[in-house]
Design a protein around this ligand. Structure first.
Ligand code: HEC
Ligand code: HEC
Length: 222
């Protein structure tokens, strides 16, 4: 418990060190955000949409993710800390205000609220990995209620979770890699096989992330 508390305090300190909103950025506006997502729905608005470059996997579900995390992720692509080429180009075309509005919009798309507080008991080998990585201390006991600003993981596409975990281990590739220092430290000690076990388990959990199909986006824009 003490160790858990220490991790959470350390994580909180790191969170306050994340890039804050620039002084001239207003709090995100859901309605304005809806007018900026036309270029997102072709991938994030199609359930199960498969991305093929630079790796083959399902595009992440972003509806229901917190605005703070969506903002941090988009700024990560914009600054090149996250190297995914398409997302870099897309985030680079957005102003910080547009990012704030889009993030508010996707956060507002939560439709599922009955997620159990604690995740189902994992198989023994997975339990051992989760304990070793202390994953729940930041991502929540059900992987759906993280420390504010950190990502929800429960129910996210398992193949995407694996690609993301491997990206935190990668720093010598022009197209693949994520520079986040916290997750680099978490992911690096694990083998790819171990990361796959973690991704498959976490992806199988009930969560509140969703892909909201295109037609509902259109309605939201009226
Ligand atoms: C061509 C398909 C495509 C389009 C268009 C697209 N995305 Fe993405 N998006 C992806 C893929 C693939 C990833 C995973 C990238 C990675 O591995 O880091 C991603 C990742 C993200 C993430 C990070 C998710 C996470 O869990 O960390 C966010 C946020 C995001 N996109 C938002 C947007 C927004 C907002 C738009 C429109 C302005 C958009 N995307 C347009 C394919 C797309
Ligand atoms: C000290 C806090 C902390 C711990 C412990 C931690 N994480 Fe994370 N995790 C984060 C943060 C912060 C991010 C967002 C990093 C970024 O912006 O790229 C993240 C991101 C992720 C992502 C990417 C999510 C997405 O949508 O792209 C995955 C997958 C992940 N963590 C899995 C794990 C697993 C599995 C463990 C245990 C082995 C773990 N994390 C332990 C803080 C933590």
């Amino acid at each position: 418990m003490k160790r858990l508390l220490a991790t959470m305090i350390a994580a909180g300190a790191l969170l306050t060190a994340l890039p804050g909103r620039a002084a001239d950025v207003q709090p995100g506006n859901v309605k304005t955000g809806a007018t900026h997502v036309a270029m997102c729905i072709g991938c994030h608005g199609i359930p199960g949409y498969q991305s093929s470059f630079p790796q083959v996997h399902k595009v992440p579900m972003i509806s229901g993710q917190s605005a703070a995390y969506i903002t941090a992720a988009l700024l990560g692509y914009k600054k090149g800390e996250r190297k995914h080429p398409t997302m870099r180009a897309i985030a680079g075309s957005l102003s910080d205000q547009q990012i704030a509005d889009i993030a508010a919009y996707y956060e507002s798309q939560v439709s599922i609220s009955n997620v159990p507080d604690t995740a189902a008991q994992p198989p023994k080998e997975v339990a051992e990995l989760l304990t070793r990585g202390n994953c729940a201390s930041c991502h929540g006991a059900n992987f759906n209620k993280p420390i504010p600003g950190y990502p929800k993981l429960a129910g996210q596409h398992a193949d995407y979770l694996l690609v993301a975990l491997k990206a935190y281990q990668t720093s010598d590739n022009a197209k693949i890699g994520r520079g986040n220092a916290i997750m680099a430290g978490m992911a690096k000690p694990f083998s790819h096989e171990e990361l796959k076990l973690l991704a498959d388990y976490i992806g199988s959990l009930p969560g509140s992330l969703a892909t909201v199909p295109q037609s509902r986006f259109k309605t939201a824009q009226h």
